[in-house]
Design a binder for this molecule. Structure first.
Ligand code: ATP
Ligand code: MG
Length: 246
């Protein structure tokens, strides 16, 4: 395998008459933090679910770690982790038990405790809280545990759908920092989605701006800004999509 972790070519997905993805192409290199950015309904979740092998495309090609998705997804399951848009922890279990359960899908039994310890440090929550049932958690606490679970297993590729959704500024900042720190440390490649232009400017090495199921720009944030003469990504997005229909 070369240095390309995700390769997407002319990807399309329709739901009945709704064309959610209309010919998406881009590549993500090993070690990159790649952002998929666009407004509500742009197609971010659909794209990430397809890359994770959870949804079939209507047409086009997706390759992850050199394997075709979804047909060969079983070969890469252990190397790819996915954070859904809605955190899906087990509410009757504690945070730590949730981390354990997640770890079991990825590592041998004797490595589980070690992985969970990493998860605890990534979550950055009080140990006493992590020992309580998740049903008592705030949305932000659950999100931090879910993000920790996806990163602690040291995946080759982490797919994070709106990792900071519902978090206050302090928690969002914390999660952005752990994404950067631990993925560098573990050599993890990241593809994350966000509609927060500020956020992706801070976290991502490169971004794809998505509008109505199409990539309208893909590059480093600074290069996108200078190419259209914009101060920030939000202005760039408006300049690029201005005048375009849906
Ligand atoms: N399971 C589905 N059935 C029918 N239509 C769907 C389905 N999933 C997504 N869509 C449609 O596809 C389009 C893209 O949706 P998607 O959830 O991928 O957007 P998004 O960029 O993740 O938006 P948000 O920022 O709100 O999370 C929307 O028009 C949505 O209504
Ligand atoms: Mg979404």
């Amino acid at each position: 395998m070369d240095g390309t972790v995700v390769r997407i070519f002319n990807l399309r997905k329709s739901f009945g008459r709704v064309e959610a993805l209309r010919g998406i192409s881009f590549e993500v290199a090993r070690g990159e933090i790649f952002g998929v950015v666009g407004p509500n309904g742009a197609g971010k979740t659909t794209l990430l679910r397809i890359v994770a092998g959870l949804m079939k495309p209507s047409s086009g090609e997706v390759e992850v770690l050199g394997h075709k998705v979804p047909s060969e997804v079983d070969r890469i399951r252990k190397y790819v982790s996915y954070l859904p848009e809605e955190a899906n922890l087990y509410s009757k279990l504690s945070g730590i038990e949730n981390l354990k359960l997640y770890a079991m899908a990825y590592v041998e039994r004797e490595k589980i405790d070690e992985v969970v310890r990493v998860g605890i440090s990534i979550a950055g929550l009080d140990l006493r809280d992590l020992e309580r049932r998740v049903e008592a958690y705030s949305k932000g606490m659950s999100r931090r545990v879910a993000v920790a679970a996806t990163l602690m297993v040291k995946p080759r590729l982490a797919i994070l759908d709106e990792p900071t959704a519902g978090l206050d500024v302090v928690s969002a900042r914390y999660v952005r920092e752990v994404i950067r720190r631990f993925t560098r440390e573990f050599g993890t490649t990241v593809i994350l989605s966000s509609h927060n232009m500020f956020e992706v400017s801070r976290v991502c090495d490169r971004v794809a701006l998505i509008h109505s199921g199409r990539v309208v720009a893909v590059d480093g944030v600074d290069r996108i800004l200078s190419s259209v003469g914009a101060e920030d990504l939000e202005e760039a997005f408006v300049k690029i999509v201005g005048g375009r229909g849906g």
